[in-house]
Design a protein around this ligand. Structure first.
Ligand code: ADP
Ligand code: ASP
Ligand code: MG
Length: 456
């Protein structure tokens, strides 16, 4: 049985939580691959300090003292005597390099993207060396040499074919000892520059490794008892979902459920490798099992929400030709690397709306105005306008179409509580019903929808 276990920031954040990690890994029956995030909260601080250093401020000096102490304390407490000096010397040289980068930033006073990527990489480079040193019988593997990215518009995306073959070369099966690697970090396949897979990307590293090695199971160890029916920070009485399908988890995560980084699911889904969500702080809890099985089809499985959304609404006679407007709008977005969350039927008649991340909103508006400029001129479209500061609330469950009147009931519930529904996508997918509301009302909306779907 080959398992890939990923431990997130909180799981590797403190001496106590790292002790839990050690117990979990050392009680496994066979050697496993362990992927770790940076110490909890460190990535945010590395970024904030890089920004302030690039403004010429010297607070990196004090911040480095804190970062050093945090890593030294952990090494002191958890690494056995015979391995401590080795780990300390690697971590020390990484800390020195980090401090050098900060110093450099105070001098050049700009923050190039590649320098920021290098700065954040130190988090996982250090935590992975520490975890490998902490475990009995483990080897360390440098993700910078294994996970390769390529440029796609202004993003770095994994080069799957190259990464798969490098993973297979690096982790020779059957494993003889536990193998530890840092999540999140990567290098560009052409330039060799340090890159990363995006915030929260350690989950994705673990999934890439699991898929390349045809592992039997991917375990995501985090700080909650499993995938819940809603974000527990918003809905206090959200319940654990014991089992769900890949598609359901994919939909919930792409609509904002932070528990798994969205790109993670596809590679393991493709190989039919189940995922378990487990709690490092409560390892006895059964967690959530995600596989191709759909238990209890035709019921809402969970709700989630996504903020920072823009919606572009087009009005005019052309909007009644749904097939044409749909394909032209989608193609215009795809050509520009803009991912569209949903196509919605807005409350305004004779109109058509699409929603996208707010950061892409301006670009999307420009492209749509360009695409449809002939129709704007001949009057087939009368307006193309954008609204910002919106949120999408998604209700997810395979076969949800079978739930009678769920879409209209959601709208009724929200309108009854004065949560204005700007648009709804109901019926386009058999898995998700999504409504667009103003971000100021998202918490209220989520609470109402959660109680409607999961009555107590
Ligand atoms: P890690 O550092 O382990 O990667 P994350 O903070 O990325 O952890 O993800 C776990 C967090 O996701 C939980 O603490 C919880 O607050 C949040 N979360 C949001 N939506 C959900 C959900 N539906 N189920 C469980 N957790 C959720
Ligand atoms: N350390 C990275 C982050 O905070 C990656 C991860 O934790 O998954 O985004
Ligand atoms: Mg995470």
């Amino acid at each position: 049985m080959l398992k890939v276990l990923k431990f997130g920031g909180t799981s590797v954040g403190t001496i106590d939580s790292l002790r839990n990690v050690k117990n979990i890994v050392e009680s496994l029956e066979s050697p496993a691959i362990v992927v770790v995030s940076a110490l909890g909260g460190l990535t945010d601080r590395l970024i904030a300090t890089a920004k302030s250093a690039s403004e010429g401020k010297e607070d990196y000096v004090d911040e480095m003292k804190i970062i050093r102490k945090r890593h030294y304390d952990i090494i002191e407490a958890l690494i056995p005597d015979d391995r401590r000096d080795g780990v300390l010397s690697i971590v020390n040289s990484l800390l020195d390099m980090l401090e050098e980068r900060y110093k450099g930033l105070t001098l050049i006073r700009i923050l190039p993207e590649r320098t920021l990527a290098e700065v954040v990489s130190f988090g996982e480079r250090m935590s992975s060396v520490i975890v490998a040193g902490m475990l009995e019988n483990a080897t360390h593997h440098d993700s910078l040499g294994i996970i390769k990215t390529e440029k796609w518009f202004n993003r770095n995306i994994a080069d799957r074919a190259l990464t798969d073959s490098l993973i297979r070369e690096e982790f020779k099966l059957p494993l003889m000892r536990h193998a530890v690697a840092g999540g999140f970090i990567s290098t560009d396949k052409d330039t060799g520059e340090i890159t990363n897979l995006g915030r929260g990307g350690s989950d994705y590293t673990a999934a890439l490794i699991a898929a390349a090695l045809d592992a039997d199971l991917l375990e995501i160890w985090t700080d909650v008892d499993g995938f819940l029916t809603a974000d527990p920070r918003v809905i206090g009485d959200a319940a654990i979902i014991p089992e769900m399908s890949f598609i359901e988890s994919m939909e919930l995560c792409s609509f904002g459920a932070k528990v798994i980084y969205p790109p993670t699911i596809y590679p393991v889904f493709h190989k039919n490798i189940p995922i378990k969500i487990l709690n490092t702080f409560n390892p006895a809890a059964p967690g959530t099992y995600i596989s191709d099985n759909v238990p209890d089809k035709g019921k809402p499985r969970g709700v989630s929400s996504l903020n920072n959304t823009s919606m572009i609404t087009m009005c005019g006679p052309l909007t009644s030709n749904v097939a044409e407007i749909n394909s032209r709008a989608y193609n215009a977005m795809a050509r520009n690397g803009i991912s569209v969350f949903l196509v919605a039927q807005p409350s305004v008649e004779k109109s058509f709306s699409i929603a996208m991340p707010q950061m892409d909103g301006e670009k999307a508006l420009k492209q749509l105005r360009l695409e449809f400029s002939p129709e704007i001129q001949n009057g087939e479209l009368t307006a193309i306008d954008k609204t910002d500061d919106l949120s999408v609330i998604a209700v997810v469950g395979e076969g949800i179409k079978q739930v009678k009147k769920l879409g209209p009931d959601i709208v009724k519930e929200l309108q009854g509580a004065s949560v204005d529904v700007k648009a709804i996508s109901d019926g386009a997918s058999d898995t998700t019903i999504a409504v667009v509301v103003s971000s100021a009302k998202v918490k209220e909306g989520l609470t109402l929808i959660h109680s409607l779907c999961f009555p107590k």
